[in-house]
Design a binder for this molecule. Sequence first.
Ligand SMILES: Nc1ncnc2c1ncn2[C@@H]1O[C@H](COP(=O)(O)OP(=O)(O)OP(=O)(O)O)[C@@H](O)[C@H]1O
Length: 337
Amino acid sequence: MIELSRVHAGYGDTGDVLRDVSLSVSPGELVGLLGPNGSGKTTLLLVLSGVLTPRSGTVALDGAPLHRLRPRERARRIAAVPQRPEHIPDMDALSMVLMGRYPHTTLLRGYGPDDHASALAALRDTGCAHLAARGARTLSGGELQRVLLARALAQGADTLLLDEATAGLDVARALDILDLLHARHRAGARIVAAVHDLNLAALYCTRLIFLKHGRVVKDGPVERTFTADVLSDVYETPVTVHPHPVTGAPQACYVPGAFRVDMRVGLPTNPGDGTVPGAIDGKSSPHQQDVSPQESALPLSGFSGHTHAHPAKPPARCHEPEISVQTAPLPTGTQDD
Ligand SMILES: Nc1ncnc2c1ncn2[C@@H]1O[C@H](COP(=O)(O)OP(=O)(O)OP(=O)(O)O)[C@@H](O)[C@H]1O
């Protein structure tokens, strides 16, 4: 168990970035850390990794204060993928991934065959085997991101802290990486991932923690936390939530600015001449024609269990599927809890 209790943390002589944060993460959890820019996600990951010492409060790993662990021991237990690598070494990708094995070496024994095997396996798992001999500095943004993840996986730690690890990846590569992380968490790894892609978080995570202004404002399983109310409040923009047509997991739909005006005041203001982002078939907001002012009150939700008496129709781009699809046993995150 990794446990934060009443943590306040920040940088230099500025005010607290994290305020009174208490949470614990058990082995086998895949936790999505969500919240607006600047809400403190990276700072929380730095505290969890032991890189940033809290100003007050405690951080413990399996009951022992994290700061008491020697760096090498800490690195055997906790691996992190940063949002922006500070420095990209002038070496090939395999050597860079091998660096993840450093905590397992000793003064007498450098990297051995096991370390090379682990590094190669991590490159393979992240779809980067073909990049092994490439200079790390020549990699594309998405390639480098996957190599950094490979380095963290090669570390063999039971706790993985990921800061926007899939942000620069195309959708197929992002799904591959999340499938891999899902398999690792099912095998017992504890994973905390800062994520901006809400829908991927809802598809894969077992639990979501929402931060706002450095405080935890919501923490719980996806089905209880990923709601239109929570998302609209946390991000201060209208978000509607609908079931994923294949997995049934809640998914968010976002609303372009001109439509947001309609949704707030319940009055049609759009010209419907194709100039409104998101308007299709020459139509304006669906609210202009289909939804009464009462129904257009925020937040909207198509997700089951919501309390609105008259759930509004989803935005124009959120079509109902034409064929019915059985809920498949895919990793939704909602099935684990
Ligand atoms: N080294 C630093 N020195 C001073 N302030 C910092 C430092 N790093 C971050 N901050 C500030 O701390 C606050 C939280 O930043 P943090 O990076 O934790 O947010 P975040 O939720 O990860 O944001 P984003 O989604 O934009 O990555 C921000 O106001 C940021 O400007």
